[in-house]
Design a protein around this ligand. Structure first.
Ligand SMILES: Nc1nc2c(ncn2[C@@H]2O[C@H](COP(=O)(O)OP(=O)(O)OP(=O)(O)O)[C@@H](O)[C@H]2O)c(=O)[nH]1
Ligand SMILES: [Mg+2]
Length: 462
């Protein structure tokens, strides 16, 4: 933690500006040795003042040739990203120029940083908690405006504050119990009762609400899964390409063209989707087609929304529909009934049966791009109908959810113990477990493994 690290913080490749970051005790010293506000390197080092922007030059320390004209920003800790002394150098963004500057920095005694090491230092120096560190990664990886909004809110500490609030209440309760255990003669024995159960119920409710928020909205981060299915040749691949606005899937007049599922990300109105085109489902002896059909069914089973396609001149049958979408699956999976190729025939279109009238139906022509905009609107409306985006401004991730579930388990055991008037020592164990679980969310009690797992997923230079 005390050594000085450095890395190129911007992506590789050419661009306007590339940033190199240095963090640690030697950062200012290294910058002074390499940098000058003058074109020729003077004998004396410039004395760099914190939080000022310097215009100048970075030099090769052996030849004293100018490597690049740069802007340099010194930030003395703790007022910096890592809470250590930090130098940021904005140079021209070419791979060679940035690497050459980085090599000079490393030759002055800095070490190349590991992935996420700058953010890890910010965490270890208590500038941010673990939820905020995770939010940094989420901001970088956000696939939609909404995902970015949630990540930004978490970066400001919304989840941390709520978790800390719950944890503090439990710590208060635990200290009352522990005092009573440790000093039985000095203090009046503390016996948790109805008031404490009420407190635990309140905390349990909040934990469960967080877990639900994860379940409800995690698809906003990872993408809502849509599968296009139907008989061969109905135009599934044509629809896929229309939705994506690119030729991703092969389209031919030959039935059985698509074999392997074709998957692609799609963003509609800032909401991320993962859309899959599948093999046409029908009776066949062709081994490759049979495997493709099995894969299609697997995709249907894990999707959030299915576009069930039909073409004019065919009829809707409950049996065929249910064979593809198992009836009990219909409760979870959302369906849109898509009638394609209406340019060929406007009469004699397949209709949903009485039993499935509640399923939304739309008529399109993938060939002529008719009805595609309306279909996209329907997709969005259906997928976010149950979701109150404003309300769920906090979305715990899977790691948080697991910790919350363990905390809930501990609190339930504690509550049961209170009801059964168990010994205080036993109650304290359950309570302490829950406190620790909540602590892993913010990083208060997180193990080295958890930290490594989180920070190793970062890019170098962040
Ligand atoms: N007239 C008309 N033809 C269409 C329309 N959509 C697709 N087609 C044609 O129908 C044929 C099959 O289209 P695909 O998109 O390959 O159909 P598919 O459902 O993916 O077929 P498989 O992969 O074989 O199951 C092609 O010749 C398309 O040009 C449409 O809206 N109108
Ligand atoms: Mg196809």
């Amino acid at each position: 933690m005390n050594d000085t690290i450095a890395a190129i913080a911007t992506p590789f490749g050419s661009g306007g500006i590339g940033v190199i970051r240095i963090s640690g005790d030697k950062a200012f010293d290294i910058a002074s040795r390499l940098f000058s506000t003058r074109k020729s390197k003077p004998e004396t080092y410039p004395l760099l003042k914190s939080h000022k922007v310097y215009h100048g030059y970075v030099f090769d320390l052996k030849t004293y040739d100018v490597i690049d004209e740069v802007l340099l920003i010194p930030m003395q800790g703790p007022r910096s990203y890592t809470a250590q002394d930090v130098i940021e150098i904005q140079a021209h963004a070419g791979t060679i120029v940035l690497r050459t500057i980085l090599e000079q920095i490393l030759s002055c005694g800095a070490r190349l940083s590991e992935p996420g090491e700058f953010t890890k230092r910010a965490f270890l120096n208590n500038r941010i908690d673990l939820t905020q560190a995770e939010a940094v990664a989420d901001i970088i990886n956000a696939k939609s405006v909404n995902a970015l909004k949630f990540a930004a809110s978490q970066n400001l500490g919304t989840l941390k504050n709520k978790i800390n609030d719950l944890r503090d209440k439990l710590i208060n309760l635990l200290s009352l119990i522990e005092v009573s255990i440790d000093f039985p003669e000095d203090v009046q024995s503390f016996e948790p009762g109805a008031k404490e159960i009420e407190l635990i119920d309140d905390i349990l409710e909040k934990c469960r609400e967080f877990i639900k928020q994860h379940d409800d909205a995690c698809f906003l981060k990872d993408g809502i899964r849509i599968t296009i299915c139907g008989a061969p040749n109905v135009g599934k691949s044509s629809l896929m390409n229309r939705l994506l606005e690119q030729d991703r899937s092969i389209v031919t007049a030959i039935p059985g063209t698509t074999r392997d599922p074709v998957e692609e990300g799609l963003n509609i109105d800032g909401i991320p989707f993962v859309i899959t085109d599948t093999a046409g489902i029908h009776q066949t002896d062709d081994l490759v087609e049979i495997i493709g059909i099995e894969k299609a069914k697997d995709h249907i089973n894990i999707s959030d929304l299915v576009l069930f396609m039909k073409e004019p001149g065919t009829s809707f049958s409950d049996r065929e529909f249910e064979k593809i979408l198992l009836p009990d699956k219909l409760r979870d999976v959302k369906v849109i009934f898509v009638v394609n190729k209406i340019d060929l025939e406007e009469e004699n279109l397949p209709e949903l049966s009485e039993k499935y009238q509640h399923i939304p139906r739309i008529e399109i022509s993938a060939l002529l791009n008719r009805g595609i905009k309306e279909l996209k609107q329907k997709i969005v409306n259906i997928c976010i109908a149950d979701l109150d985006l404003e309300k769920s401004s906090i979305i715990p991730n899977l790691r948080h959810k697991k910790a919350l579930e363990q905390a809930v388990e501990g609190l339930e055991a504690f509550k049961e113990g209170v009801i059964q008037s168990l010994e205080e020592e036993m109650l304290a164990i359950d309570l302490k477990n829950s406190i620790d679980c909540l602590g892993t969310i913010t990083g208060e009690t997180a193990s080295v493994d958890i930290l490594d797992n989180i920070f190793n997923n970062f890019c170098i230079g962040k």
